[in-house]
Design a protein around this ligand. Structure first.
Ligand code: FE2
Ligand code: FE2
Length: 200
C-alpha cells in the first residue's frame, strides 16, 4: 500500500487506518528534530532586543542547566517561547501544548502561565496589568513560575552572557520527546522539583 484508498475518512478500512498509524508513529519520532529546527527559525523572529529569540531561548536553558535544574526544566526553558513563530498572542499556551504530553505537569503549567507572570516586569510600561499573575495566588506552582521568570526568562536578554549552543541541549530535547506521551510517571501530577539544585 502506497497510500490509503479512501477520499473521505468515513470510507476508510481497518487496513487503511493501520497503514496510517504506522506512518504517524514514524513521523512522531521526528518531533524533537522538527522542534530543534523550529528553534533555529526563531533566530529570525522579533528584532529589537539585544539577543535573538533563539539567543534568548538558549540563554534561558543555559541558566536553567547551570542552576542544576532537571531535564524537564531545561527543555521547558529552551522551548518556552517556541510559540512566538505561529501564536504571537498566546505563545505561552502554544509552547505548553507541545510540552504537555512529555514533561512534568509542573513545567507545563509554568510554561503556560509565564506570559502572565512576566507582566510583573514590564506591564506598567505597556498599559497592561503588572499584577496579572495575582489570579494564580495560592496555586501550588505559583512560586515555581515566579522563579522561572525571575531566574531564567526575564534575565536572559544579555548578549554578554556565556550561552551554551543548541547542540548542548539537543540530546535533552530528544530524550524528552522520545518518552511515552502522557505517561503518568512522566507527568507526575502535583509533584514539584526545584528549579535550583547544585550549580553546574
Ligand atoms: Fe515568553
Ligand atoms: Fe522568554
Amino acid at each position: 500500500m502506497k497510500h490509503v484508498g479512501f477520499t473521505q475518512m468515513k470510507d476508510g478500512s481497518a487496513e487503511d487506518y493501520a497503514f496510517l498509524t504506522e506512518h504517524e508513529v514514524a513521523y512522531t519520532r521526528g518531533t524533537a528534530a522538527r522542534l530543534l529546527k523550529a528553534l533555529v527559525a526563531l533566530d529570525e523572529s522579533l528584532s529589537g532586543y539585544q539577543v535573538t529569540r533563539l539567543g534568548h531561548s538558549l540563554q534561558s536553558a543555559t541558566r536553567a542547566w547551570r542552576d542544576g535544574a532537571d531535564t524537564d526544566w531545561v527543555a521547558s526553558a529552551l522551548l518556552h517561547d517556541i510559540g512566538d513563530i505561529y501564536a504571537p498572542y498566546n505563545h505561552d499556551e502554544y509552547a505548553a501544548t507541545i510540552l504537555r504530553p512529555f514533561v512534568r505537569e509542573q513545567c507545563t503549567w509554568v510554561v503556560e502561565k509565564h506570559g502572565d507572570f512576566q507582566m510583573v516586569y514590564y506591564g506598567h510600561h505597556v498599559g497592561a496589568d503588572p499584577h496579572k499573575r495575582d489570579k494564580y495566588t495560592g496555586h501550588p506552582y505559583f512560586d515555581d513560575c515566579a522563579a522561572f521568570c525571575e531566574r531564567w526568562d526575564q534575565a536572559s536578554f544579555d548578549p554578554g552572557y556565556d550561552t551554551l549552543p543548541l547542540d548542548h541541549f539537543a540530546p535533552m530535547v530528544e530524550e524528552v520527546f522520545d518518552r511515552t506521551p502522557y505517561d503518568p510517571a512522566v507527568l507526575r501530577k502535583g509533584q514539584r522539583e526545584p528549579l535550583v539544585t547544585t550549580p553546574r
